[in-house]
Write a protein that binds this ligand. Structure first.
Ligand code: DCS
Length: 481
């Protein structure tokens, strides 16, 4: 019989090459165990509402009204919804061309893009052009769109931090480019050394690869570090010298759990540097409604802002965005609400602040409980989660455990995480899914389980880990730090 278009052997090889650990082997096994009736704690995905985080009331009221505009004509609407939610719903409906059921411009609703631009001006102190802001279905779609635009083939390299969030490795292989790793230094709190970047670029050149873009994730996923202003300006200077476009993944900018290094955007640092940098360095930065105290992952709302990108390239990006017609319109409203929050004096302001502060303060406590919990375990060392939503402890696996993993046909950290899952129901992602130095092992968990459940989860982890180490330890040493 003649081969058919979707026969496996004939598929796009780039599709087959893609790996995405966050929903990989561990996740599949956890789903199986759940079906068999085991209680699973899903800490593999940064999906706050799935772990019980309540949505903020005000944005849901506004979007509910936008979804059901007939409620606005109900004489009792004022009994069901606060006045500011009603006013805001009317505002957003007036920005659409036919409500939530109509496609918007492929770059997103102009009025919402204006709200994003106003937010960026307030945040960074520099004007932002709504024409250079595109709304997307989550940050993921924006990242993919930009990588797709850059990558021409295997000789195009993208500098990506290792450990990294596998959206980058997966999208780069999907588009047929080459990931050029730069290693974050665990012993320096996952810091970034610009000399390593230079080495990474020269090594790539040696293999015939031209590095064209650099990714930073700030705050880091899975590593949780916040980049300092000095570090960011070194990175931007490096991009200037090498002619790289900087992709600034800043989706965790609200998730900060220490006061020494508050979030500072790449855009602000770039503008502060002045010319020639501020006029020359190409920057695309990404944000989302999925993270922060919003955690509205299921809504799929995001944006990217382009700085110093030539108009003809912007037109090409617009053209490609047009193929998908329009980003989700309800998600665009969430984005508008996120960047244009309530102000003191608004009827719902107090409640909004109470809810958002409550979430962030609790996350800060959970970050601390987790780091301390991991550091109290045998052969486990863990940097503090300065930002984002994850803890990324290093597990120093004894040689016997590594041998046992090999005979089970598993990568050592996958072996450890599977055993952890079977014993405790805690579903994590092995460090190998994010990249790590040879012979060093990690796992990633989110810091998202409810605060009151956290002590019991850490206790159960400790009991498993210390038992595992007891079983496999001998006197010959460990996987190295
Ligand atoms: N960038 C980073 C660094 C992320 O961690 C994520 C999601 C995204 C972009 C994409 O988010 P949205 O498409 O929802 O805007 N993080 C995943 C993770 O590591 N666990 O859960 C989701």
């Amino acid at each position: 019989m003649a081969p058919k278009g979707l026969d496996y052997e004939h598929l796009n090889e780039n599709v087959k090459k893609v790996q995405y650990a966050v929903r990989g082997e561990l996740y599949l096994r956890a789903s199986e165990l759940q079906k068999e009736g085991k209680k699973i704690i899903f800490t593999n995905v940064g999906n706050p509402h799935a772990l019980g985080q309540k949505p903020l009331t005000f944005p849901r009221q506004v979007v509910a009204l936008c979804q059901a505009p007939f409620l606005l004509d109900d004489p009792n609407v004022g009994l069901m919804f606060p006045a500011d939610a009603i006013a805001r719903a009317k505002h957003y409906l007036s920005l659409t061309s036919g409500g939530l059921g109509a496609y918007s411009d492929s770059r997103g609703i102009p009025g919402v893009r204006k709200e994003v631009a106003d937010f960026l001006l307030r945040r960074d102190g520099y004007p932002s052009d709504p024409e250079l802001i595109f709304l997307t279905d989550g940050a993921s779609k924006g990242v993919m769109q930009i990588l797709n635009t850059i990558i021409r083939g295997p000789n195009d390299g993208i500098l990506v931090p290792v450990p990294q969030y596998p959206l980058y490795s997966a999208a780069i292989s999907l588009f047929g480019g080459t990931l050029v790793p730069y290693y974050l230094e665990e012993t320096a709190n996952w810091g970034l050394d610009v000399n390593d970047l230079r080495n990474a670029v020269s090594q790539a050149q040696f293999k015939g690869i031209t590095v064209r873009a650099m990714v930073i994730i700030n705050p880091g996923n899975p590593t949780g570090q916040c980049l300092s202003e000095a570090n960011l300006s070194e990175i931007l200077r490096f991009c200037y010298q090498e002619g790289l476009v900087l992709l600034g993944d800043e989706v965790y900018q609200q998730n900060i759990y220490q006061d020494e290094r508050p979030f500072i955007s790449s855009k602000k640092v770039l503008m502060d540097m002045g010319p020639p940098y501020s006029k020359e360095v190409q920057l695309v930065s990404f944000h989302t409604v999925s993270k922060g105290y919003w955690g509205e992952c299921g809504q799929r709302g995001g944006y990217f802002e382009m700085t110093n990108i030539p108009p003809k390239s912007v037109d090409e990006i617009y053209k490609v965005a047009s193929i998908a017609l329009s980003p989700n319109v309800p998600a665009q409203i969430f984005m508008g609400l996120m960047v244009n929050p309530l102000k003191p004096g608004d009827v719902s302001y107090e409640q909004f602040i109470r809810e958002s502060k409550g979430i962030l303060e609790s996350l800060r406590k959970r970050a601390r409980i987790m780091t301390d919990g991991f550091n109290s375990c045998r052969n486990v060392v863990c940097n503090f989660t300065e930002g984002a939503m994850y803890s990324f402890p290093q597990i120093r696996l004894p040689p016997k455990a590594i041998e046992a993993a090999k005979s089970a046909g598993k990568v050592p950290d996958v072996f450890y995480c599977l055993k952890l899952l079977e014993a405790t129901g805690i579903s994590t992602v092995p460090g190998s899914g994010f990249g790590q130095k040879e012979g060093v092992f990690h796992l990633r968990t989110t810091i998202l389980p409810a605060e009151e459940d956290m002590p019991a989860i850490m206790e159960s982890f400790k009991k498993f880990n210390d038992g595992f180490m007891e079983q496999y330890e001998d006197t010959r040493g460990y996987s190295r730090m």
